[in-house]
Write a protein that binds this ligand. Structure first.
Ligand SMILES: Cc1ncc(COP(=O)(O)O)c(C=O)c1O
Length: 366
């Protein structure tokens, strides 16, 4: 495998240094949770190897929530690990992948490393970044090994309805493809989300984690959900080769969080709602940015209207205004697009960051 660092990671806020940024609009999650606020007293956790599929109590809790069985869930160190496991287990030089673009970089980069054939289904601003199901059905005729989608989507915030999801699942069934659904943002859907995709068919693999919705990326805890026994065995084999088991500390913290979810999650949702209203107001007034209103998650993918020097824009925004956004090239699109994360900053930081974007563009207009 010829590993190469991805811009989204190399240029991430944590790599640049959080101290260099005052308005961090580059995050794709809600604000980070502090361990002390969880009021979790770690006292009696044996630091042995854990259950290879993951902590049974946590798998039971997730399975009940998803209307699946605990044996359908494999806990992994973050959704990123889940995506890596699924790609490496299912794709090789002889396989074909049909994947959305733009996308969370790993969903494209790992398949690329595996040298499988990749066909992109592009999401367009002009189509509200919605997945074009007609185009997908045409492209799926080539019988891809794996179809890979994300809902709610990063970086655009578009989302599939249950009807649309069922259509994609039917396509996968018809063409004997597996379907990977990255559902990392499911709990941040603005409307009631469809059932977890993996609960709907044994051709589907769902991946999710506690990182984005609950602000817990610092415990590396995610999961793969799938009803297909053969796939589960493959995924477990991959997990055992890389990790054997998870950090038991991470598993117990995640369990504690989910057992007390409403207490922790309610204020998060309130914060997102407030920030989203701020964002909506600013976007409706902006003469420099146009956007597609997201349907879920905590990011949107607007574009700059005037023709300016985009490299200069990102540099001035960061260096002079200490404001960071997700640049278009993180997602292999034109740099006039940028990802704005509205869930992570405080309301004041969001307001200031959005004002800094306007000031920077105004300063670069001829
Ligand atoms: C769509 C999507 N999937 C997966 C991940 C990985 O998340 P984690 O490994 O922290 O759970 C991210 C992170 O940005 C993401 O946006």
């Amino acid at each position: 495998m010829k590993y190469k660092r991805m811009p989204i990671e190399a240029e991430s806020p944590e790599e640049l240094g959080y101290g260099t940024i005052e308005c961090n609009l580059a995050e794709s999650s809600v604000s980070d949770t502090n361990f002390k606020d969880l009021k979790f007293n770690i006292k009696d956790i044996p630091l042995c190897y854990g259950d290879h599929k993951g902590l049974p109590a946590l798998r039971e809790l997730l399975a009940a929530d998803y209307n699946m069985k605990p044996e359908h869930i494999i806990l992994v160190p973050g959704a990123a690990a889940g995506l890596f496991i699924v790609s490496t287990a299912l794709l090789n030089k002889q396989s074909q992948l049909l994947v959305e673009r733009p996308n969370y970089a790993t969903n494209i980069e790992t398949p690329r490393l595996l040298e499988c054939e990749i066909n992109f289904i592009d999401l367009h601003f002009e189509e509200q970044y919605q997945l074009d199901l007609y185009k997908l059905s045409t492209m799926a005729k080539s019988k891809p090994t794996l179809i890979s989608i994300t809902t709610p989507h990063n970086p655009t915030g578009s989302a599939l309805s249950e009807e649309e999801l069922l259509e994609v699942i039917e396509l996968a069934r018809k063409h004997n493809s597996y379907l990977l659904v990255d559902e990392t943002y499911r709990d941040l859907s603005f409307n009631t989300p469809p059932p977890l995709a993996a609960s709907l068919s044994d051709r589907v693999i769902s991946v999710s984690s506690v990182s984005k919705a609950y602000g817990l990326p610092g415990i590396r805890m995610g999961w793969i959900a799938c009803k297909n026994k053969r796939l589960l065995e493959l995924f477990l084999a991959a997990k055992e080769q890389i990790f054997i088991c998870n950090s038991l500390l991470d598993e117990h913290v995640a369990l504690h969080y989910l057992q007390n979810k409403s207490k922790f999650f309610t204020p998060i949702l309130k914060h997102i709602k407030k920030n989203f209203a701020t964002l909506e107001k600013q976007m409706s007034q902006s003469k420099n940015l146009e956007w597609v209103k997201p349907k879920g998650g905590v990011v949107c993918y607007p574009r700059i209207i005037p023709k300016i020097n985009y490299n200069q824009f990102y540099e001035t925004l960061y260096k002079e205004h200490k404001t960071l956004v997700g640049a278009g090239h993180w997602f292999e699109t034109d740099k006039k697009y940028m990802r704005i994360g509205f869930g992570w900053p405080t309301n004041d930081q969001l307001k200031q960051g959005l004002a800094n974007i306007e000031t920077t563009i105004n300063g670069l207009k001829k």
